[in-house]
Design a protein around this ligand. Structure first.
Ligand SMILES: O=C(O)[C@H](O)[C@@H](O)[C@H](O)[C@H](O)COP(=O)(O)O
Length: 241
């Protein structure tokens, strides 16, 4: 695991934008496509906005990128809580992506059907590959969740299925999410975490004993891929380092 500490959220977004674009270019020296999982949440918003602007909008060969999502809230695409919608608004509508390479988790059908369809799509995408995604971008909630793997939910224990749908009573909403096994098969996973409200949780996730039921972000440990945490000073404040 590699920890990258930035001064503040703005600096963090700058660092991650530069890091990600270099990584994309490097990977594309050896292959024709780059598969990229986007996350929801507020932290990546600034990153997406930066990637949509110079120099990154010029530097990245957008037509070679294939986009996926880590999780989705089962609300219509037009709802501003929809994770895909945010990424379209901030990034995908602004760069030269092939629309056929954008794979949203559908919310216009039943959540279970959407999860099954997504799992099938991923299986056909990666059937011939050693790893799954080239890059998975993740956020961590104040409670230690990542994706829609919330503390105390059954999906935290999923060992086999790549995509799950379930009802989250606390939010009165269905969620569709990738599971830890498929993310842990990715070539590279990047967490973005900022703010003092996450400092204690971040310390427990990174430095504490393993308790995935309580801190589902601890489940994310790529088997043979890279794991990077990009955090700001406020989020890093409780860690011993
Ligand atoms: O749909 C979601 O809720 C997200 O995908 C979720 O997993 C998110 O990444 C974290 O909650 C962090 O969110 P913030 O960046 O807003 O803190």
């Amino acid at each position: 695991m590699e920890l990258h500490i930035a001064k503040d959220p703005a600096q963090l977004s700058e660092n991650v934008a530069a890091w990600i674009s270099n990584y994309i270019l490097e990977v594309l020296q050896d292959q024709e496509r780059f598969t990229f999982v986007l996350s929801g949440g507020s932290t990546p918003k600034q990153l997406y906005a930066l990637l949509a602007k110079a120099p990154y909008n010029q530097m990245i060969p957008w037509e070679k990128l294939h986009f996926f999502w880590g999780d989705e809230r089962a609300v219509p695409f037009t709802d501003e809580r929809n994770n895909a919608r945010m990424a379209f608004d901030e990034l995908l509508n602004k760069v030269n992506v092939n629309p056929e390479h954008i794979h949203v988790m559908r919310t216009d059908i039943e959540p279970e059907a959407s999860a099954a369809e997504y799992a099938q799509l991923l299986q056909s995408y990666f059937s011939e590959e050693e790893n799954t995604f080239d890059l998975v971008l993740l956020g961590m909630g104040d409670d230690g969740h990542t994706l829609s793997l919330f503390p105390g939910t059954a999906v935290v224990h999923e060992k086999k299925d790549w995509v799950k749908a379930f009802f989250l009573p606390a939010q009165d909403m269905y969620r569709i999410t990738l599971t830890a096994p498929v993310v842990n098969n990715a070539a590279c996973v990047v967490f973005l975490t900022t703010g003092a409200a996450k400092a204690m949780t971040l310390k427990n996730v990174i430095e504490g004993t393993f308790d995935a039921e309580k801190y589902p972000s601890q489940l994310i440990r790529p088997e043979d891929g890279e794991l990077h945490w990009f955090v700001d000073e406020a989020a890093a404040a409780a860690m011993e380092l």
